[in-house]
Design a protein around this ligand. Structure first.
Ligand code: MG
Length: 369
């Protein structure tokens, strides 16, 4: 046992965030996070269905622990198990980095370099004119050279957020941003294949190169029709956690670019399985990291190390007025953007410090030997 055995697992939770602290018999600690949203429920899953199986176990073999939880909780496959396992996995990577004095990106074989980001809008309740204005402002202020905005409506069955929004927001935002900018849009499962292919023609005409989740994400055959019909990249996978689904998505070439979310996947170790499958198929990985909690930090470390990264890191532009729960999670600002790039944290583990004041206000639970 290199790092000792796991003796204590603590969680610090509100409805949106659940940080996990792992402590070992050798006195080492690590910090991780479960997936966001309904995080109070995920914390309960963590203490009920993850912690009991791994307390007392060797902290060094992360994959063995994650698969042990999956085997013991095989009656509970699915998102909540993966969301909870992500807390265990990411805490153990941090612990390993802290013990070895290296950032996780180095444990994974990369270096703590700067990463190109794309500025990612989360909003549909915004007019095309207002969206264009704020993205242009971000372009000029922070030097972003890649942007994603939203079309259709989330799981919208071809009904737009309001009539005509898609047809308006695509040219208005694209033309405002101008040349020399990478342009991405996200359909969030909003379209039928027929409508998605129509929208895709507009995207191609307006210089958009990335069409994310055009159709219901669970209907891979529908997405594949769009991928086959368009020249631009069709992308997806953010919700998927099941490796069997990932292999099917890859084998059938349902998309051109794969977008696992480290937290929805159940952590780094399971995400690396998707990276490996993608590498064999010659496909790039542009992970989903849609908020400024630990998911984006972990994604920085992953992207800095894998052999098949996509062109950029997803970087949410929504501030505290839209996501107030993101406020004060970390000390300092690990999300500073300069020239459109962000620095992968260089300190040991994830290289960030969770704010003690935030932790003090959170709901506390502990499982220990
Ligand atoms: Mg998306």
């Amino acid at each position: 046992m290199i790092f000792g055995s796991i003796t204590k697992l603590e969680t610090f939770t509100d409805e949106f965030v659940c940080f996990v602290k792992v402590t070992t018999s050798d006195g080492h600690i690590g910090w991780g996070q479960t997936s966001n949203y309904h995080s109070d429920i995920t914390a309960q899953v963590f203490h009920r269905q993850v912690a009991p199986w791994v307390l007392g176990k060797d902290a060094s073999d992360i994959g063995a622990l994650v698969t042990l939880v999956e085997a013991r909780e095989h009656k509970f496959p699915g998102s909540y198990r993966a969301r909870a396992n992500a807390g265990l996995d990411t805490a153990l990577w941090d612990l390993r980095g802290k013990v070895e004095g290296k950032p996780v990106v180095e444990l994974l074989g990369g270096t703590a370099k700067k990463l190109r980001t794309y500025a990612s809008s989360m909003r549909r309740d915004i007019t095309p004119k207002d969206e264009a204005e704020r993205l242009v402002k971000l372009r000029d202020e922070f030097g972003f050279d890649a942007f994603k905005w939203r079309v259709g409506a989330e799981c919208g069955n071809d009904i737009d957020e309001w009539p005509g929004r898609t047809e308006e927001v695509v040219p208005v935002v694209s033309r405002a941003l101008g040349d020399g900018i990478s342009k991405l849009v996200d359909g969030n499962s909003g379209f039928s294949p027929k409508r998605a292919i129509e929208v895709g023609a507009l995207l191609e005409a307006e210089g958009i190169g990335h069409f994310e989740e055009p159709c219901k994400y669970w209907e891979l055959e529908e997405t594949k029709q769009v991928t086959d019909a368009l020249n631009i990249d069709v992308t997806g996978g953010e919700q998927d956690w099941d490796l069997v689904t990932w292999q099917r998505m890859i084998d059938m070439r349902a998309v051109d670019v794969l977008q696992p979310d480290i937290m929805y996947m159940g952590g780094i170790w399971r995400t690396l399985k998707v990276v490996e499958m993608a590498k064999k198929a010659g496909m790039p990985i542009t992970p989903h990291s849609a908020n400024l909690s630990l998911v984006t930090i972990c994604t920085m470390h992953l992207l800095g190390a894998i052999p098949n990264p996509g062109k950029y890191l997803e970087f949410s532009i929504e501030g505290f007025e839209y996501y107030p729960w993101q406020k004060d999670l970390f000390l300092g600002n690990p999300f500073a953007i300069e020239g459109g790039k962000v620095q992968i944290p260089q300190g040991p583990g994830w290289g960030v410090e969770i704010n003690p004041a935030w932790l003090a206000k959170a709901k506390y639970q502990v499982s220990e030997i």
